[in-house]
Design a protein around this ligand. Structure first.
Ligand SMILES: Nc1ncnc2c1ncn2[C@@H]1O[C@H](COP(=O)(O)OP(=O)(O)OP(=O)(O)O)[C@@H](O)[C@H]1O
Length: 313
């Protein structure tokens, strides 16, 4: 069976006033039918560029991408028909109602008599009572639901979500993930990019991490978590940490997290905090999560290449 998506030695170079920028270098991996796959990476890692190439919106400068065996360049129409792409940006036509916009979108894919599936999409995404509403009248979160519905009108076997939950509320996330998880159980392949690592940890069976355009990790989520099977000491404090601890801590606002693989390490961290007069609250010991793994991999992967390559002489 063909992979749902196959990236084969994909490279993308942008010409910029500062020289050639390698946004993607030698990216190769396959996603099998039915997988829920996460593509993670810091800002500028190349996630959107890779998805744009997959969607046929940008051309790779090297390599090849296929969707269910269809080349995204040579066999664009078949590849595109297999994909449901939920874009990052809210783009929509303000003149139509929600149902009309979904009918129009169905027409783009040559799908007729699609009302039963459109109703199912509206129901599944919590939009049933907005079917007749004009797109202009919808809140940002509702518009995002419509974008998801638009991407799915032609029942694509492969669903691509590019940061679908950026800035959306808890209720929409739950509705969205409930619906996408159902489609995945029914056999749809899902490719997700997100900066919400908790979501990736909860949803994705396998994950690839990109850094500066290269794949620096690719494994089952459980293996990534087990690979750094570490314990973390988490606490809140308003005091500055002693420099040796600060160097190894992950600090988010008042919350600090320090790796402490065993009981001795926990004791040692607590002793250093006490000696430095740091007052801690809400102390807890937990397992490393995907965010810890992500940070470790990103720090460990080092600078894989200069951001701007030398311009060819
Ligand atoms: N049209 C373009 N011209 C020049 N450089 C570009 C262009 N599009 C993207 N880049 C550069 O390519 C690199 C990868 O960008 P990309 O948007 O794919 O990253 P990303 O992983 O999606 O980031 P984010 O998480 O911020 O969305 C960045 O260095 C970016 O500045």
């Amino acid at each position: 069976m063909n992979p749902a998506i196959s990236f084969q030695q994909v490279g993308k170079t942008f010409q910029t006033p500062r020289g050639a920028l390698n946004a993607l270098s030698d990216v190769s991996f396959d996603i099998q039918p039915g997988e829920f796959f996460g593509l993670l990476g810091p800002n500028g890692a190349g996630k959107t560029t890779l998805i744009s190439i997959l969607a046929g919106l940008a051309r790779a400068t090297a390599g090849r991408v296929t969707v269910h065996g269809h080349d995204v360049v040579d066999d664009y129409a078949a590849a595109r028909k297999s994909l449901g792409i939920v874009p990052q940006e809210l783009v929509f036509d303000p003149f139509f109602s929600v149902r009309e916009s979904l009918r129009i979108q169905s027409g783009y894919f040559g799908v007729r008599g699609n009302d039963a599936w459109i109703s199912e999409l509206l129901e599944g995404l919590g939009l049933a009572d907005k079917a007749g509403a004009n797109m202009r009248q919808l809140s940002g979160g509702m518009k995002r639901r419509v974008l998801v519905a638009q991407a799915l009108v032609h029942r694509p076997p492969v669903i691509v979500l590019d940061e679908p939950t950026a800035g959306v509320d808890v209720e929409l996330r739950q509705t969205l993930w409930g619906f996408i998880a159902r489609l995945n159980r029914e056999g749809h392949t899902v490719l997700l990019t997100t900066h919400y690592l908790e979501e990736a940890e909860a949803l994705c069976g396998r994950i690839a991490m990109l850094k500066q355009g290269r794949v620096v990790a690719l494994d089952r989520t459980s293996n990534l978590l087990a690979g750094t099977a570490s314990t973390m000491l988490r606490f809140k404090t308003d005091d500055p940490l002693p420099p040796d601890l600060a160097a190894q801590a992950r600090v988010t606002g008042r919350i600090a997290q320090v790796k402490a693989p065993d009981a001795n390490a926990v004791e040692s961290v607590l002793a250093r905090l006490r000696a430095a007069g740091v007052k801690v609250e809400d102390l807890e010991i937990g397992r490393a999560d995907l965010e810890d793994v992500f940070l470790e991999i990103m720090q460990g992967a080092g600078s894989v290449r200069p951001a701007v390559a030398e311009e060819a002489a």
